[in-house]
Ligand binder design. Structure first.
Ligand code: FE2
Length: 367
């Protein structure tokens, strides 16, 4: 990438094409104490109120800076390196971390060890990169006293409070309002598909686990749906098109949201899976279409529940697992409460927490 001048016009050359930079685009980026707050990098002027007829009277390139005199009397030195980072139009931090597909053969994923000052450490940066690669990460030795999970979540970003509270306790109870609070096997699912927006990341912290069952299970929804796309494009297509209703009811709230089981972004790439087959209701559609939908959902369910795709492991006290609720399905094998206690605490955070922390640590450690 190169900035070039030709008379009072400024161009950028990416090696393949040359494009003129709009003078107003540069005017919005003027630097200097009068125009930009150094700490926040927020403008001290409002370009949306300005007349768009901005021209460049004079431009020069000197020592990595573009020196521009605009026709409204403003002169500025703009860092060319900084300008060039804006030409890609893409998120250059999070989206550039490649997702690693995994199935039951997954091995050697690094666990992290909690210690004092962990949230500001280079280890935390590595942890977040690993989280974006695999969709989950396990942290050992996280203190368990006084609902420490909330403190841990808030050290990355901010807890996403829901009607279950700031955090929730996963223990078997009498009269549960969710199957999570029983001792039954829980097949792979994503959490809270009925919320708008769905909580992005779930944290689960093991406080006690004295039973012989109660294994945690995980499935990579990204791997499964990408494989389905190749193996059965028709099934994949219908699951990316039909929106179904997810609903949660208890005595104080009625939550409802609609979504495809496989949600794609504007470029038709993976964005989110929701799967919670005790809560999903497909609308009344043409019989043929529903035939295809039910077959496709059965296929997806078989894949999510296949031994080929599930990893199973036992959480020990002080282990904390953080998982991407838009990508990873989680579950649990059944257990016998007569054998002892099994007690987990959970809470949610959203992607702004992990993204904000990751960008901050990247800046801090100049990575
Ligand atoms: Fe769950």
């Amino acid at each position: 990438m190169k900035i070039e001048l030709n008379e009072n016009k400024i161009f950028f050359n990416n090696g393949q094409s040359v494009q003129e930079i709009h003078p107003f685009w540069l005017r919005e980026r003027v630097d200097g104490d009068q125009y930009l707050d150094k700490g926040t990098q927020q403008r001290l002027f409002d370009p949306s109120t300005m007349n768009g007829e901005i021209d460049i009277k004079k431009a020069e390139i000197k020592n990595g800076f573009l020196e521009v005199n605009f026709n409204d009397g403003v002169n500025s030195k703009i860092d060319i390196g900084k300008l060039e980072t804006e030409f890609s139009n893409k998120d250059t931090v999070i989206k550039l971390i490649p997702k690693k597909k995994w199935d039951s053969a997954l091995q050697n994923v690094k666990n992290f060890e909690f210690k004092e000052g962990f949230n500001e450490s280079k280890e935390m940066y590595d942890l977040l990169v690993s989280f974006y690669e695999y969709g989950f990460v396990i942290i050992k030795n996280v203190p368990t006293e006084n609902n420490y999970i909330v403190k841990f979540a808030n050290s990355i970003g901010s807890v996403r409070r829901t009607n279950f509270g700031e955090h929730f306790n996963v223990k078997s109870k009498t009269n549960p309002n969710d199957l999570a609070y029983t001792t039954l096997n829980l097949s792979p699912h994503t959490d809270n598909p009925y919320r708008n927006p769905v909580p992005c990341i779930q944290l689960l912290h093991c406080i006690e686990n004295e039973v012989s069952g109660g294994y945690s299970t995980l499935v990579d929804g990204y791997t499964v749906t990408e494989n389905l796309k190749k193996e059965d494009p028709e099934a994949y297509k219908i699951l990316t098109e039909i929106k179904v209703r997810f609903k949660f009811i208890d005595k104080s709230v009625v939550l409802e949201d609609w979504s495809e089981l496989i949600r794609l972004d504007n470029e038709k790439n993976f964005k989110q899976v929701r799967f919670s087959p005790r809560l999903d209701y497909v609308p009344m559609l043409e019989k043929n279409k529903l035939d295809r939908y039910y077959k496709a959902r059965k296929k997806l369910s078989d894949l999510y529940n296949s031994e080929k795709n599930i990893i199973e492991f036992k959480l020990a006290p002080k282990d904390l697992i953080m998982m991407d609720n838009y990508r990873i399905l989680h579950g649990r094998t059944k257990y016998d409460p007569k054998e002892g206690n099994r007690f987990l605490q959970g809470c949610y955070i959203d992607f702004d927490s992990t993204e904000g922390k990751l960008r901050h640590l990247k800046r801090k450690f100049k990575i």
